[in-house]
Structures are given as C-alpha cells and as structure tokens.
Design a protein around this ligand. Structure first.
Ligand SMILES: [Zn+2]
Length: 630
C-alpha cells in the first residue's frame, strides 16, 4: 500500500500550517536540545511553506519482534553499493590505461564518445579512486580486484618524485570536449593533488602500509610548498583549486578564484597517520578561507553567503566542517553551517540545489550537502541528519542509474532512427555505466523539463562517483560508536532511519510503513536512537524486545543501555505534509511554483507532475539485485 492510500485511510490528527521554512527563518542557529518537536510536529530545513501536516501512520503503542514483523521495502544502501561496483569495474578501459569516462549521455546513441576523454584526468578518475574503498566497504564485494589495483596505479602515476601531482588541465576546461593534450600541456594540478592525498590516506587506513603513508606525506609537503603563506600563518594557493604551470605561475582558468578542497584530505590524512604538520596546514588553509586571504579569491560573508560554483565551494567547505568536528573549534563549524544554510535558501530542501545558475542541479553538490549536513549534525545540530537523509532518499537513491525495462523502452523510442544495431550497442555500452549516479536532473524529473532541459539526464563523470560517496556517507552516519560530544555521552549512535548491518548492531528502518526504528544490538553499550526532528517527543515510545520501556531522552536521542541481542525500538507518528516553493528560479523560471507531497523524510510526489521520467515514485526506490561481477 503506498503512502497516499494511507493518507486517506488513516488520518488521525491535522495541524494548520506550522512553519514557514523560508530563508528568513533558516538563518538563526537553533540549539540542538530542547527545541525539537515537543508536542506537535515542526518541520524544519525546507525552503518555502509547509502545510497540511497530518499523521499518516500513528505511532505504534506495541511492537512485534523483528522475526515476527515483515520488513519494509526501504532503500537498500548495500545493494546501491553493489550496483556502484558495476560502474567502478566496468567503466575503466584497460586499452586506455584504465581511463574511465566523463562524458556519458544516457539518452544519446551512442551514449559516450569513443577514445580518450579529455575531462577525465584528475577529475573523474581521482574521484572514482576513493569510491573503490567506500563501495567495497559498503557492499562487501570482492569483485574487480585487478581493476582496482590497476586503477590505483593509474592514480599514483600522477605523482612526480617530488610529490607534485601533474596532469593536463582538461578537467578545468570541461566544455572543450574535443581537446587533445600532450606532455607539454601538463600542469601542477591542485584539485587532483587534494583528491590523491585523501586516496592515499584512505588506503593507509585500510591497509596500514608504509608506502601510502610516505607517499601521502610527500604529496602533503609538496602542496605546502606550493601554497602562499602570510605573516599570520594563514595560507592559500595563488591558483585556487586550479593549477600552476611548470614555472610556478598560475595556469589561468575560471576555477582560480575557488578555494581548493584541501582541508578535508589534510584532516583525513592527519587522522590516518597522526601527522601534526597536516593538521597545522589544514588550520592555516581554513583560516585563510575564513579571512579571505587569497587576493582574487572567493569571499565568504560573515553569515556564510558566497558567490561561487556551488559544488566547488561546498567541496572546500566540507573539509572545514570536518576540521570543526575534529577540533571542536566553533569558527570552522560556523563557516560550514553558514555556507550550508545559505545553499539551502537557494535549494528546495528536497535535494535540489542550483549548480551555480538556477537552471540545473548537480549531484556533486547534493553529495557535498549530505556530507556537510552529517558533520554539522555531529557538531551539535542533530536535525541536520534528517536533511542528509532527505537528500539521500529523494535525490541519490532515485537517480542511481540502471537500465530498467522502462528505460530500455524509452531509449529505443528516442533513438529508433539510429537503427536496431546502433541502439543495441548503445544499451550495451550503457550497462557498463549502471550504478553511477545521474549528475544533472530536474526538480520533478530526470529531464529537467521545468528549467529548459539544462543538463538533462546527464551522467557527468564527476557526479557519478560523488553520488556514490553519498551512499557511503549515509551508511557511515546511520550508526556508529562515537565519543562524548555535543550530541551526548559516549555510546552507539543511530542517527538516520536507514537499514544496515554493522559491528555494533543491525539497524532496521520501517519506512515507509511506519515511524519505527529498531536496532538489534551486537555489543553491550549505551545506545542512542534518534527519532526524526519532526516527531513530537511526547508521542515517541520505546521498547526493548516487545516490552515497553521508559523513554529516556538524551538531547534529541532516546537512550537504551543494551546487552547483545537486545532489540531496541523507538516508534513515533509518521507524518505527511505539503511543501510549496517558488521564487528560486528568478533567471530561468520566475513564475514557477512547485508543490511537493512528503511522507516523513521522503517526497512522494511533485506538482506539476512530469510526463517524462519521474524523480519521485511515491515509495522508496528498491533496486533489483546487481549483476554478478565475479
Ligand atoms: Zn558533478
């Protein structure tokens, strides 16, 4: 039964419009504890107006055991990662040095150009390199080991003996898809170096090898030398996230004013190795971003506003959020939160954010918003976990590309004039890209009909892997053992209603059937389960096994002291509401008005409805099993 049937079948309570989630009310920082919905649902984090809030499924007053209760058909992160492995294994082309593909256009026939792709180097490939670690971890797959080894080797070949990362600048000239580059075009690639630094740290974390650690330090020290330092110990790159020429001068391109996404990789490397030089470097660069020390660089206003490319900026901000959580220093979290809150005022809150102009979104930015939301949440604003969950459910999960029978029919229809052999070849080629996340979609569809079809149904080689990162973020942030923090005492924290197994316990989401989250504890510890921020506290119930338990609030969480094998459950009313938004597309569609219908953190439908490929399905998207890759 889908949620809309339930909405008519079982309404219990109805509230009037409770909040206007416009830019004006998103600005102030809310304290995490005590301000969650106390006795009525308050829906936060959406741009526009929320109304018609009602209980769709009342909170259960009794529960069955996991064994006795049918599992809901909810998003399956492990299966998403299994599909992602298909893309990681099958897009690198061995005859081209395991070069993957930036330019994939799923509706075109053929979908991707033959031969070398000038946009890949230090972009698609450097982004994909992380995903081998992440998607393998989530999926548990052992497939494609030889491709992975060759791929990491490809990435390390960008590193010169002195630690500098060299590549041609094709990724900075994304529009020049016919470019041919040679040895003489190579530049010192800052963006690529930051990605590779984190890859090496991720490798070291998993393999504890001396080689990756030594190489990472070399890359870090080379970056340190390339930076410009002021007399207050702050630093920047004269080329921003771009590149230097061999003589040390700036290689001019449109990306030079964007800060480099270096703070995150430095923090990850520091956490992997304990190298204090990296932490000092991370602070120096973050302080430089906050103060705006790069002479012609992007500036953040005191409230976090900025005028720049959404993903490039938020990718750099992400690292500052990581530094804020790692050090506990408020100035870093405040920059990240200010920039994040500003981005939210430009997006709908469903998981759509403008890439820069207001005519299209970009999955890379959605993934950044998920990563940063989780870090802001962990830094003391737990409702941001709901925002991360929304974007995972409504954007990433719904746009992971697979060739379904519906897609195949659509593709055949669109490309019928090309003839059967070409269409079949196109579909075969597209099957290699299955598991990548679509990069450009619309507000209610894949084709972006409402905003002039800009970036319509595109699988950019940046977004396909960055979307995978969002799967990893959701998986790591759903449950984890955390130290004492602004969220509460040390223990196992369950932050999002997504199902996964883990060393600490199995998390079972009951979306979309009910507001229920159950954790089967695998360890003895304090467990903290978080109901969504909109769940009225006085209607949350707790159970151990089938037995009601006292609801012990610890900030936004319900505390249990568990023994292995205990089934810890919270229940709460699952709400539905209407969300209206307009005014966000002043340049492209000034009169456009959207209405979204929500069930909990999931969008079920949008108006106007699309006649093309719908983004919202009325229920969680559950993928079929991934193809065997062994
Ligand atoms: Zn992208």
């Amino acid at each position: 039964m889908d949620s809309r049937e339930k909405a008519t079948a079982r309404p219990r309570t109805k509230w009037m419009i409770l909040i206007v989630g416009s830019a004006a009310v998103l600005g102030p920082i809310r304290s995490p504890a005590g301000e969650d919905s106390a006795d009525r649902p308050i829906v936060r984090g959406l741009t526009g107006e929320v109304g018609d809030v009602k209980v769709v499924v009342p909170g259960a007053e009794s529960v069955g055991t996991l064994a006795d209760t049918p599992r809901a058909a909810d998003v399956d992160l492990k299966r998403m990662a299994e599909w992602a492995m298909n893309y990681l294994i099958r897009t690198p082309r061995p005859d081209l040095g395991y070069e993957p593909v930036f330019q994939c256009h799923p509706l075109r026939c053929p979908p991707a150009p033959e031969g070398q792709d000038p946009v890949v180097a230090c972009d698609t490939d450097a982004r994909m390199d992380w995903e081998w670690y992440y998607m393998r971890e989530v999926s548990g797959s052992n497939a494609g080991r030889e491709v992975e080894t060759a791929f990491h080797k490809r990435i390390r070949s960008y590193i010169a003996p002195d630690g500098k990362v060299w590549s041609h600048p094709g990724a900075f000239n994304e529009g020049d898809i016919g470019a041919k580059y040679g040895e003489k075009d190579r530049v010192i690639h800052i963006w690529g170096a930051t990605k590779i630094l984190q890859s090496l740290a991720e490798h070291h974390t998993r393999h504890n090898d001396a080689e990756s650690k030594a190489l990472a330090r070399k890359v870090m020290l080379a970056l340190k030398k390339l930076a410009t330092w002021d007399d207050q110990g702050r630093c920047w790159f004269a080329c921003g996230m771009g590149a230097f020429k061999a003589d040390g001068s700036v290689s001019p391109n449109g990306w030079n004013r964007q800060p480099a996404p270096i703070v995150g990789p430095l923090v990850v490397y520091w956490q992997a190795t304990g190298d204090a030089d990296a932490l000092a470097f991370a602070r120096a660069y973050a302080d430089g971003m906050i103060a705006g020390v790069q002479p012609d660089g992007l500036r953040f206003a005191a409230d976090g506003r900025f005028d720049g490319h959404s993903h490039a900026t938020m990718h750099a901000v992400w690292g500052v959020a990581r530094l804020g959580l790692a050090t506990g220093e408020a100035k870093y979290t405040q920059l990240a939160k200010g920039a994040w809150d500003y981005m939210l005022t430009r997006g709908t809150g469903t998981g759509w954010f403008p890439a820069g102009p207001d005519s299209c979104n970009e999955t890379c930015c959605v993934s950044d918003m998920i990563s940063i939301a989780a870090l802001i949440a962990r830094s003391g604003y737990p409702e941001y976990f709901d925002y991360a969950e929304r974007y995972l459910r409504n954007s990433i999960s719904n746009t992971q590309f697979i060739v379904t029978p519906e897609f195949e029919a659509y593709y055949r229809r669109l490309n019928a004039a090309k003839g059967e052999p070409a269409v079949t070849a196109g579909l075969d080629a597209l099957r290699r890209f299955q598991g990548g996340v679509i990069g450009g979609t619309g507000l209610n569809d894949f084709e972006n009909e409402l905003l002039g079809r800009v970036s319509s149904f595109e699988m950019f080689g940046c977004c396909a892997p960055e979307g995978m990162r969002a799967i990893y973020t959701a998986w790591t942030e759903t449950i984890g053992r955390r130290p004492e923090s602004k969220l509460g005492p040390a223990g196992v924290y369950v932050d999002m209603s997504l199902s996964r197994t883990s060393p600490w316990g199995e998390v079972v989401s009951f979306m979309p059937d009910a507001g229920r989250l159950t954790v089967k504890a695998a360890v003895a510890d304090a467990f903290f389960l978080r109901p969504p921020h909109w769940a009225p506290h006085d209607q949350v119930r707790a159970f151990v096994g089938t037995k009601p338990a006292p609801v012990r609030w610890s900030g936004a969480y319900v505390r249990f002291d568990a023994s292995p094998g205990d089934e810890l459950t919270i229940t709460y009313p699952l709400i539905g509401f209407t969300h209206k938004v307009d005014g966000l597309w002043k340049a492209t569609a000034p009169n456009l008005k959207l209405t979204f219908r929500w069930l909990g953190n999931m969008v079920t439908s949008a108006e106007p409805a699309t006649t093309l490929t719908p983004l919202f399905l009325g229920k969680p998207r559950v993928l079929p099993p991934a193809p065997s890759l062994e």
